[in-house]
Design a protein. Sequence first.
Length: 66
Amino acid sequence: MAQDRPNCLQCQHFFVTWDASFPRGCRAYGFRCKTIPALEVFQASGRECMMFASKSSPNSEKKRPG
């Protein structure tokens, strides 16, 4: 089942915090945690994360002025 879990490191909503006690976070769900956010979501709800949005999706690419 862990293989089906979204990889938070590849998600637009994942962020690293300044807080050593809670070093990872999810902007979509609005929380910080010690482990990977997708694991926290699964443990709390029994369901896989529904908010995963790949960083490499066309909607996430920003054009840089050149």
